[in-house]
Design a protein around this ligand. Structure first.
Ligand SMILES: [Zn+2]
Length: 265
């Protein structure tokens, strides 16, 4: 349930992707999309009546405001297409036709020609999938580059419903166990990851942990994140976020450990 790397996207090729996705001329099958709705920056196309999913899409629209509030990023610079299939089989079929070279994922975000699209299907966890992928999509409308670990850490953080983000992510319990055994990696180790295939469950969890620390930890740490994203947006060479964080906060990893030790409702 994740984004493609830029390299993978470039390899996709073929201008027919978005045409096919929207039922364009080159598609030999009839368009599967029967319901089209706009929610904030999201243009939703579903193969079933969206009816009872409306609250979820309204929540997605609120996600844009939440990113503005917490990360000081501007509103989405372009609209984002969200394609929602009614079941896994149809979703697999569509992705196989659109992206035959790419391993199947339950949900994914792709960006082509500056426009983002999210592909998912209706199932019990679809809300988590959509919040995760739409976080990637919103970030990438304004930021040309987001380091892999940070992109995933933010998407993991915002994939929970708003009320559960700070205290109730399933990562928290597991992370506390990791902390007990001193397993938290230096930020530099996450920064060295370049490909999604380098990211396993632990890497997602640790990326989430550093994001949680930056959003809920000491103010200078949060400020460093906000300034880092602002520099990316303005086209200033951002360097490494770890360098900035070490400058603002001595004994950085120790501070992260303290943050989670004290983290209570
Ligand atoms: Zn992701």
């Amino acid at each position: 349930m994740h984004r493609f790397s830029r390299r993978q996207l470039l390899a996709l090729g073929g201008a027919a992707v978005s045409q096919f996705a929207l039922g364009g001329m080159r598609c030999h099958a009839a368009s599967p999309w029967i319901d089209h709705q706009s929610y904030g920056p999201f243009q939703c196309h579903a193969s079933f009546p969206l009816g009872n999913l409306e609250p979820l899409f309204q929540e997605l629209s609120a996600l844009e405001l939440e990113l503005q509030r917490t990360l000081a990023v501007p509103p989405a610079a372009q609209t984002i297409d969200v394609f929602l299939l009614e079941d896994k089989r149809r979703h697999q079929e569509l992705l196989r036709q659109l992206f035959p070279q790419v391993p199947y994922r339950r949900a994914l975000y792709v960006q082509r020609g500056g426009r983002g699209s999210v592909y998912a299907y209706r199932h019990r966890e679809v809300a988590v999938d959509l919040r995760h992928e739409c976080t990637h999509a919103l970030l990438h409308t304004n930021l040309s580059v987001v380091p892999l670990w940070l992109d995933e850490g933010l998407a993991e953080y915002f994939e929970m419903p708003a009320a559960d983000r700070a205290f109730d992510h399933p990562h928290l319990q597991r992370l506390r166990l990791n902390l007990r055994f001193g397993l938290i990696p230096e930020l530099e180790a996450l920064e060295s990851l370049e490909d999604l295939s380098d990211m396993g469950g632990a890497e997602y969890r640790y990326s989430w942990a550093w994001v949680h620390f930056m959003l809920h930890g000491p103010l200078p740490v949060h400020r460093a994140l906000v300034h880092y994203l602002a520099d990316i947006r303005r086209g200033n060479p951002p360097g490494k976020l770890s360098t900035r964080l070490h400058q603002t906060t001595p004994r950085l990893k120790h501070q992260l450990v303290i943050h989670f030790k004290k983290w209570r409702r």
